[in-house]
Design a binder for this molecule. Structure first.
Ligand code: CMP
Length: 136
């Protein structure tokens, strides 16, 4: 089963992408596709369209377009739930010890990594960045 992760611009800028990826691989995820992208405003708005009405939408789009990020299509059993477990709560102050966000996130806004929140969204989000050709 596939899910989508994005190593966010804060983790890329602070040189933590390798550590985050190693953490995910140690947790049993296989990288099926990866791509370094610099999102445009309209692309970030489209990706986060479900949050359009939320007060954090514009800061979120500004942050996600502030530098390159690394979308990853990740494969393992029960991938969506397991990835959310491994990355921890949105706010690193609330993330369980040893999770990616507890280790590497700066704040609720600059929180190192995104993960799909449901199998339906995982399908949409993997398809947002990757084609069938990329996924092999
Ligand atoms: P992410 O998993 O990428 O999905 C939406 C993002 O919005 C979330 O991670 C956070 O980085 C960001 N965000 C900023 N403020 C909030 C907030 N108050 N509640 C939830 N998400 C927030």
């Amino acid at each position: 089963m596939l899910t989508l992760a994005i190593i966010k611009p804060d983790a890329m800028a602070s040189g933590k992408a390798g550590k985050v990826l190693a953490h995910l691989e140690s947790a049993g995820f296989k990288v099926r596709a990866a791509r370094l992208v610099s999102l445009s405003g309209p692309q970030a708005e489209a990706f986060y369209a479900v949050h359009r009405e939320r007060p954090f939408f514009h800061p979120l789009v500004a942050f996600m377009t502030s530098g390159p990020c690394l979308p990853l299509a990740l494969d393992r059993d029960d991938a969506v739930a397991k990835l959310r477990e491994v990355i921890g709560a949105t706010d690193p102050k609330e993330a369980a010890p040893g999770t990616v966000r507890a280790l590497y996130a700066e704040s609720k806004e600059r929180n190192a990594i995104h993960a799909s929140d449901s199998p339906e969204n995982a399908g949409r989000e993997v398809g947002f960045f990757f084609s069938d050709l990329d996924l092999g």
